[in-house]
Write a protein that binds this ligand. Structure first.
Ligand SMILES: Cc1cc2nc3c(=O)[nH]c(=O)nc-3n(C[C@H](O)[C@H](O)[C@H](O)COP(=O)(O)O)c2cc1C
Ligand SMILES: [Fe+2]
Ligand SMILES: [Fe+2]
Length: 390
């Protein structure tokens, strides 16, 4: 288990979760990593840990460099258990160690692990000298838990950003440039859409601080380390956090007998003939967490459900519950669906989209049973008008 030296005496000592396919409701086809970092200075500092079942892997990597007993500081940037899950193992191996964290994180660690550890409480603006290096702390509350913090090391121009800028990718490569911008950008966008999306305002504040730091490396707690593409990454984050979208459409639908799908295809035709690219997502074939990266950058979102037992399909209810929580703003929406007698499905969809504050320039289209030629021509026309509206 080899550590990777990222800067002189600063090592990646994390764990690679090759088998992770499901991360609290987010499908992760590429697996993930939990990145912990070991800084060997006068005070030996471990930054964050790994999920509990990878503790041995992390400790083995650390042991090739120093006896874990020698760890002085266990720095906790975030309490969620993918990063703090091995803190108990570290504290057993290094009983002299002090946990360096925020007061909020201390309380949360106590509630998670019920242990009486030594703490040093830090807050934004505090600095901790560990020898030739300084740890500077910046709290980033609600990016994405109340306890989140990032740590900056000015002597290394290195930001240890925890969940921010992360991606769920298991790989032999450790640096973004080794795997390639395209793949990592795509996974960073998916990570942002599924985890960070609701906290755009807080992300903007954090980006304003990051912009003041001389930086040549950002080391997140998942996936690859950024030593290149920093301006590109920060630009993307600003765009996502600001709910800035592209002139394109996302159509999300489900269907029992194909009518709502026919409607979706007619809408697509109208949009595409008006020059708006359309991503089509059926809830039967795409998991909701695979759809939201498209929502991240689409201005126009068309959502279709038939009616089942006086309501929308449960797959659609799950999708809408999920995106309501992600709080996408500044979108234009449209609801549609086929029904037999009551027609509540499309109406329920419309009401959720309206509640999210989206613009809805077109009335909901609810068609009885199988759409005919004229119905489809009307939907195509709506597609054309929606294209003009954005
Ligand atoms: C199990 C089941 C339950 C249904 N419940 C309702 C309902 O409560 N109200 C209604 O308006 N239509 C209901 N329908 C009729 C469908 O909404 C109708 O067949 C519609 O055209 C299906 O659209 P689709 O082809 O996109 O699935 C139901 C259909 C099925 C199969
Ligand atoms: Fe987290
Ligand atoms: Fe995380």
């Amino acid at each position: 288990m080899k550590p990777i030296e990222m800067k002189p005496n600063v090592y990646w000592v994390g764990g690679i979760d090759w088998d992770l396919r499901y991360f609290h409701g987010y499908v992760t086809p590429r697996g993930s990593t939990y990145n912990s970092y070991l800084i060997i200075d006068d005070k030996i500092t471990l930054v964050d840990t790994v999920k509990h079942y990878l503790a041995d892997e992390m400790l083995e990597r650390i042991s090739t460099l120093v006896d874990p007993e020698k760890i002085d500081y266990m720095l906790v940037n975030h309490v969620e258990m993918d990063h703090s899950g091995s803190v108990p193992r570290v504290m057993e191996a290094a009983p002299r160690a002090t946990i360096v964290t925020t007061s909020k994180a201390k309380r949360a660690l106590e509630m998670h692990y019920k242990k009486d550890w030594e703490y040093m409480i830090v807050k934004t603006g505090d600095e901790l000298k560990i020898g030739s290096r300084t740890l500077k702390f910046v709290e980033t509350p609600m990016v994405h838990w109340p306890d989140n913090m990032v740590t900056y090391i000015p002597e290394e121009r290195l930001l240890l950003s925890n969940d921010a800028f992360g991606q769920h990718i298991a790989s032999t490569e450790r640096f973004v440039d080794e795997l390639g911008w395209d793949i990592v950008r795509e996974e960073a966008a998916s990570y942002y859409a599924n985890i960070v999306f609701p906290y755009g305002a807080q992300v903007m504040k954090a980006l304003d601080v990051v912009d003041t730091l001389p930086l040549d490396m950002i080391a997140p707690s998942h996936g690859l380390i950024w030593r290149s593409y920093l301006p590109e990454l920060l630009k993307e984050y600003r765009k996502w956090a600001g709910n800035e979208t592209d002139r394109k459409a996302l159509v999300v639908y489900d269907t029992m007998w194909g009518s709502t799908r026919k409607m979706a295809l007619a809408l697509r035709e109208g949009l595409e003939t008006s020059g708006v690219p359309v991503t089509m997502k059926s809830l039967q074939t795409s998991h909701i967490s695979e759809i939201v990266p498209h929502l991240l950058t689409a201005k126009l979102v068309l959502v279709g459900s038939p009616t089942i037992n006086n309501g929308m399909l449960p797959t659609m209810a799950a999708f809408l519950t999920y995106i309501k929580g992600l709080r996408p703003k500044k979108r234009t929406g449209f609801a549609f669906g086929s029904y037999g007698w009551g027609g509540q499905g499309a109406r329920e969809v419309a009401s959720v989209l309206k509640d999210m504050g989206w613009e809805m320039p077109e009335e909901t289209v609810n068609l009885q049973y199988v759409p005919g030629k004229e119905d489809l021509a009307g939907l195509k026309e709506i597609g054309t008008r929606l294209a003009k509206a954005i």
